[in-house]
Unconditional design. Sequence first.
Length: 361
Amino acid sequence: MLPIVKVALPAADELMPALEKTLYSGQIAEGEQVYEFEKQFSEKFNIKNVLAMSSGTAALHAALKLCGVEPGDEVISTPMTAEPTNLSILYCGAKVVWADIDPQLGGMDPESVRSKITDKTKAILCVHYAGYPVNLAELKSIANQHGIPLIEDCAHALGALYAGKHVGLVGDYAIYSFQAIKHMTTIDGGVLAMANPEKMEEAKKFRWFGMLKGVPRTEVNISSVGYKYNMNNVVATIGQIQLRNIENVLQRHIENGKYFDEMFAKVAGVDFAKCDANAEPSYWLYTLLSDESEDLEKALNAAGISASKLHRPNNYHSIFDGSKTDLPGLDKFYKRLLHLPCGWWVSDEDRALIVETVKKG
Ligand SMILES: Cc1ncc(COP(=O)(O)O)c(C=O)c1O
C-alpha cells in the first residue's frame, strides 16, 4: 500500500556520525546543539524569537500560558485538528469554544470566530489543517479589533506561506511540531515562536521549571510554574541534519499538491480544499472533497493507495461535551473529506494512478 503518511529520516551516513558525536559528547541535555538548531530553524524559515521545545503540544501549552489563559477563560478554537491542539486549552483549565470551519477549507471560518467572542475570550487558536493556511488576514484583524492574541498551530504547515511569508508570522504566537510523521521529524520535538521578543524570558522559564539556564542552581529563584518542556541536544542534532534537506521534502509535497489541484479541477464530482488568494499550502496531506468520499476511499484502497480521514473532529470526544454547539460547516467538511497521500514518497506514477482511480470513481 502507498502510505498516507511516512517517516522522513536523513540518510544514515549523514545522520549517524553527527548523532554519534553528540551522544558521546558528554553534553546530551539542553545545550549548544539546541541553540544552534534554534538559530538554523530561525534562519531557514525567517522566523524570529524561536524556542525549541520537547513537542508541539508543549509549545501550545506555553503559547496559551503566555497569552495569559487561566482557569475559567475561554479560547476560541477549531474542532478539525489533532487532539493536542484542544487538550492544551484544557491543560490551562480554560474552556474550549468551537468556531465553525469553512467547509471548503477545513480551517476556521473568521465570521464564526467573530460571533463567538465574549469578554472571557483570552485567545484565538487557529490550525492550518493538513498544511492549508487559514484566512490569517481576517483572523488577525478580528483579533486586533478585540485586543485578543492569535495563536497559529502550524504543526501541519511547515513551509506553507501566507502573503509571501512562512506561516506563523501573522499570529502573536506560532507552534511547529516535529513529531514522527510531520514534514520534518526529530522523533518528537517542536518550536514555539513569538512576535514579541520581550516574551522570550518568560517563555524560557516556562520551558524549564521556571528557571533560566546559565544562572547557578544555588542562586536561582523560581517565582512561576515551569515545566520540563525543553528540547535536548540529541533531538536538536537530528533537527539540524533534517534542516539541510527540508526544502526538497517540502518541495515535493507542494509539487504533488499542485498537480492534484490541477488534475482534480477537471474531474466532475470531486472538489478539493481551497485557501484564500494570499495562501500557498504545503500540502502535508492532500484534501479531496466529495459527496462520494466513502466510495472513493474504497476504490483507492482497492488500488493499493491508503486514503482516509485522519483525525476525529475533536468535538466528538466526550471530554469536550461542555463546549457542544452546532457546527454545520464542520459536519459538511468532515462528511466530504478524503485525505490522499501527497508527500515526498509519492512518485509521478503513484500520483497518476491516484488521479485515474478517482476519475473512475
Ligand atoms: C495540528 C496539530 N497540533 C499539534 C500537534 C502536537 O504536536 P506534537 O505531537 O509534536 O506534540 C499535532 C500532532 O501531533 C497536530 O497534528
